[in-house]
Design a protein around this ligand. Structure first.
Ligand code: PGA
Length: 250
């Protein structure tokens, strides 16, 4: 499967800054075909960037979605809206959304279904806290999050990506070692084979996130079950993100 590299811009960049970043990226990524590249800008930039990216393979993602089609949900965004401005992917259940905006495994599950209903592809984030890692509860936590997020999916799971993002590694400069990440990715892969038919389970991409940088991507991508990366801070610098996209496993 083609690796997936996703840039999560979070709440950064106004319209002009977003334009500048994308124009540079387009230039730097010309001819780079070893990964599928997705960026998740703020909602205010998506439509505009869609036009700037018209002749580029770089795809767009929403950073969130509401499970209802439309209605009185002030401040929320629907799958129909995201699809109408050219999104192909949606990030769901990021730890910042779980921590600051009360997302639960149950709402993540509803959002997964809403995403698929609009022919968008979900990128579901899971990850343990430092306390859970130190208490040796990592694999149990991940199993619960994945099982609940994907409940009731069936073969539609093949369009899904799981992003393993240890909470203690996000924005902290502390990356999980390739071995730590691989252990969790491997356990997610085994769980997918338990929960779904083999044909669908093997299609699911499992990507790593948490302080991914130009200088650690190569060793992460050398692991057999790491199928890509979800990049926060480093996706805001075109040169760094381009280098991540052009990883060379070693
Ligand atoms: P980071 O963020 O790369 O800045 O650690 C990753 C993420 O939150 O997706």
């Amino acid at each position: 499967m083609l690796p997936l590299i996703v840039g999560n811009w979070k709440m950064n960049t106004d319209l002009c800054q977003g334009d500048a970043l994308v124009l540079k990226l387009r230039e730097l990524l010309k001819g780079a075909d070893s990964a599928e590249v997705v960026i998740a800008p703020p909602f205010t930039s998506i439509h505009h960037l869609y036009h700037l990216l018209a002749d580029s393979p770089i795809k767009l993602a929403g950073q969130n979605i509401h499970w209802e089609k439309n209605g009185a949900y002030t401040g929320e965004i629907s799958g129909e809206m995201l699809a109408s401005v050219g999104c192909k992917y949606v990030i769901i259940g990021h730890s910042e959304r779980r921590q600051y905006f009360g997302e639960t495994d149950e709402t993540v599950n509803k959002k997964v279904f809403a995403t698929l209903r609009h022919s968008l592809k979900p990128i579901v984030c899971v990850g343990e806290s430092l306390q859970e890692r130190e208490g040796r509860k990592t694999l149990k936590k991940i199993k619960t999050q994945v099982t609940q997020a994907l409940a009731g999916l069936g073969s539609a799971v093949k369009d899904l990506t799981i992003a393993y993002e240890p909470v203690w590694a996000i924005g902290t400069g502390k990356t999980a070692s390739p071995q730590q990440a691989e252990e969790v990715h491997n356990s997610i892969r085994e769980l997918l084979f338990e929960l779904f038919d083999a044909e669908s389970a093997k299609e699911v991409r499992i990507i790593y996130g948490g302080s991914v940088k130009a200088d650690n991507i190569d060793e992460l991508m050398a692991e057999p079950n790491i199928d890509g990366a979800l990049v926060g801070g480093a996706s805001l610098k075109a040169e760094d993100f381009a280098r991540i996209v052009k990883f060379q496993p070693r």
